[in-house]
Design a protein around this ligand. Structure first.
Ligand code: FES
Length: 107
């Protein structure tokens, strides 16, 4: 595992999400209250792209899947209890550095 730069700090502000590719993996970056979080971008239910969903519907820290409304906590990838048709999703450590947003990923 290594930290890889995935975005410029200027690409995100509070309440925003952006999808970044790393190899074959799609990673969703989301900023809430000045902090950036990273989870897999692909919904484990039926592979919807979470960057096309919404951030902040259930709580400030939840992203809602655009297809069947599963909610995921961007801080840890956990699916909300009431939308248990989806499973937990991978989450990644994020470091905000002077020159950008780094995410700990494979390779
Ligand atoms: S594809 Fe995300 S909840 Fe169905």
């Amino acid at each position: 595992m290594a930290f890889v730069k995935l975005a410029e700090t200027s690409e995100l502000s509070d309440g925003q999400m952006v999808m970044k590719e790393h190899g074959e993996r799609e990673i969703l970056l989301a900023q809430v209250e000045g902090k950036v979080y990273a989870i897999d971008n692909v919904c484990p239910h039926q592979d919807a792209p979470l960057d096309e969903g919404t951030l902040g519907d259930r709580s400030a820290f939840h992203v809602t899947c655009p297809w069947h409304d599963a909610h995921f906590d961007i801080r840890n990838g956990k699916v909300a209890q009431e939308t248990d048709w989806a499973e937990d999703i991978a989450s990644f450590k994020v470091e905000m550095r002077e020159d950008g947003i780094y995410v700990e990923v494979d390779g």
